[in-house]
Design a protein around this ligand. Structure first.
Ligand code: ATP
Ligand code: MG
Length: 402
């Protein structure tokens, strides 16, 4: 009998298309997986012919599988995971036995009889003398022989999909596929400074950019004492949920109140919102350059509120030179909310809190500000550069861990 072991097959989709960069993406993903599984003893992660294989010490993996899968589904770059049996040889007799053993487990778990099944054969080692369809047919016959009328082949809608994947010197047998988020491994696509509020949108924006492989750092603005310490705690809790996907990141907490007071004292009321937004962008850009970020990221969505009209976004953008990513720009609020629920931030986001944007809220915010009028208003604020520098000098830096 050949060596038999429980493993997890980890599949990565898009990164396998990366040509010259492929080894870099694969190594980064392997490292990310290693980090996500840190602290679980006896687990090994190996890269092998287009797959990543996670194995445990003999017999230990089944007990750990749920926890391993839970952690792996949060690693970007992974498309799907299958718990599998690995045979350390390619004897067909052993394949039949392992396939029948898997079917025996499914028969024990499920009530329906006959239990329908289909075998999917795959041969990566083309030198192997038996073809993929032959492997499938032979394994199917062996399963039927083992269980008689209790099982039945069904080629169109089987209850159990038995996969036999024959590779060089080994065979994987499995019947489940857990879908993951896909994307690219974090660290392979630059770094963004994310403007994170306590609302629904910006956490989703951060998640989407991170899923695309972007490392993140975060800035949060408050207006203490108008906004409470509790509001800050809420944002930190939200950030910790996101760190479950991204790993540890830095959060800059900035008191925007002196800037808001200066704007309120020197500028027309209806431009308050857009001017505050430009301040947020300018401070974020300054922090971004210090943290070697290539971009800014916000949770804006076209037309959602007065400050997110096409005109407002144009004027906001002109406050900075770094590119501003707005991954939610074309999404409807309901779709953003669905995604927030899926990634686990929604419940935290809807907890009541005070937002710095609601301090000094104008009665009639301009929905179509022009750059000229906003720049003219801004010119009335004395010492803008010093104001910005002072906000940053007084920042509190918090390290967010998952
Ligand atoms: P969100 O749900 O992300 O708060 P929103 O729909 O409330 O967004 P706005 O309040 O106009 O919209 O904010 C637009 C974007 O500006 C946010 O998505 C976020 O990126 C940024 N932003 C707003 N308030 C803050 C804040 N207090 N700290 C940091 N960034 C903020
Ligand atoms: Mg908000």
């Amino acid at each position: 009998m050949t060596d038999k072991k429980e493993i997890l097959i980890v599949r990565y989709g898009e990164i396998s298309l990366k040509g010259m960069n492929k080894p870099y993406f694969e190594k980064t993903l392997q490292r990310r997986i290693g980090r996500a599984l840190a602290g679980i003893p006896g687990v090994s992660v190996r890269r092998d012919a287009g797959l990543i294989v996670v194995a445990g010490e003999r017999e230990r993996l089944p007990a750990l599988a749920d926890e391993l899968i839970r952690r792996l589904t949060r690693v970007f770059g992974i498309y799907s995971i299958s718990p599998a049996v690995r045979l350390g040889g390619t004897e067909l007799g052993d394949v039949y036995e392992a396939a029948s053993e898997l079917m025996r487990q499914r028969l024990a778990e499920r009530a329906e009889r006959p239990l329908t099944f289909k075998v999917f054969g795959k041969r990566s080692d083309k030198r192997y003398p038996v073809t993929s369809p032959e492997i499938a047919a032979l394994t199917g016959e062996a399963v039927i022989e083992a269980f008689g009328g209790e099982v039945k082949a069904d080629m169109t809608n089987p209850a159990v999909s038995l996969n036999v994947h024959l590779r060089v010197g080994e065979v994987f047998i499995f019947d489940e596929k857990v879908s993951c988020h896909g994307g690219m491994p974090i660290g392979t696509n630059g770094k963004g400074m994310v403007l994170l509020s306590g609302g629904i949108d910006s956490p989703v924006a951060l998640w989407l950019m991170a899923k695309r492989g972007m490392s993140v750092e975060v800035v949060h603005y408050h207006s203490y004492p108008y906004t409470s310490g509790r509001a800050k705690e809420k944002v930190e809790e939200l950030a910790r949920i996101l760190a479950g996907y991204t790993g540890t990141f830095t959060m800059h907490e900035i008191n925007l109140l002196p800037a808001q007071e200066a704007i309120a004292a020197h500028c027309p009321d209806h431009l308050m919102t857009i001017l505050v937004r430009r301040f947020m962008m300018k401070i974020a850009e300054r922090l971004a350059l210090g943290a070697k970020c290539n971009m800014l990221v916000t949770g804006e969505s076209l037309g959602q509120v007065a400050s997110q009209t096409a005109e407002s976004i144009y004027v906001t953008d002109r406050a900075v030179t770094l590119p501003v990513m707005r991954p939610l720009i074309a999404m409807d609020k309901t779709d953003i909310m669905d995604l927030a629920r899926e990634i686990g931030t929604y419940e935290k986001s809807i907890e009541p809190f005070e937002d710095c944007c609601t301090v000094f809220l104008p009665r009639h915010p301009a929905t179509k500000p022009t750059l000229a009028e906003v720049e003219a208003a801004e010119a009335g604020i004395p010492d803008i550069e010093e104001l910005i520098a002072a906000r940053i000098a007084e920042e509190e830096t918090v390290v967010i861990r998952a």
